[in-house]
Write a protein that binds this ligand. Structure first.
Ligand code: PNS
Length: 162
């Protein structure tokens, strides 16, 4: 079984992330989307909300599941019986940070390989950070985030207006 882990904050998951997930499906036998539990960050969506949204999106795909993790990614990868970490690369600006993480992870466990996938051009400028900025400034996110996220963003907007 070739099992891969696709880790991230996913706050929120956007269509660039989903594209990477879809392109992983024919390559690996199983894919675990791993949501980092980070107590330091003030997230827009709680980990529970993120797991729910990603769970809804992965529901049609038997070989994909979502879990949360804390601590070292390589430990989570080992516990998931996986050997590969998947990360998306959007632009050269992602490269330095991503390679640092890949090298550190290899140093921590040299049986874990990192595989980079180039983001689809149409999503190469999309990040969770910009999605949040556009949301807080009232912009339209249709086409950039999947429906479970759009629905919850709409609910958050309505609640904030009450
Ligand atoms: O989507 P993000 O926020 O860029 O994802 C970053 C993530 C979750 C992949 C990274 O922060 C991570 O792997 N954190 C776990 C902590 C860890 O293992 N650190 C040491 C190796 S860099």
């Amino acid at each position: 079984m070739r099992i891969a882990v696709y880790p991230g904050s996913f706050d929120p998951i956007h269509n660039g992330h989903l594209d990477i997930i879809h392109r992983c499906r024919p390559i690996f036998d199983a894919l675990v989307v791993a949501v980092l539990r980070n107590d330091e960050k003030q997230p827009l969506f709680s980990v529970r909300e993120r797991l729910e949204m990603i769970g809804e999106l992965l529901d049609p795909y038997d070989e994909c599941r979502v879990e949360s993790f804390s601590g070292l990614l390589v430990d989570f990868v080992r516990e998931a019986d996986a050997g590969v970490v998947v990360r998306g690369l959007r632009a050269v600006s992602d490269f330095e940070y991503e390679v640092q993480m890949a090298l550190m992870n290899r140093r921590l466990n040299d049986r874990v390989e990192t595989v980079f996938m180039a983001a689809k051009e149409e999503y190469s400028y999309v990040s969770s950070r910009l999605v949040k900025e556009v949301f807080f400034l009232g912009g339209d996110l249709e086409g950039l985030v999947p429906h479970p996220v759009l629905t919850r963003l709409g609910a958050k907007r309505r609640r904030s207006r009450q």
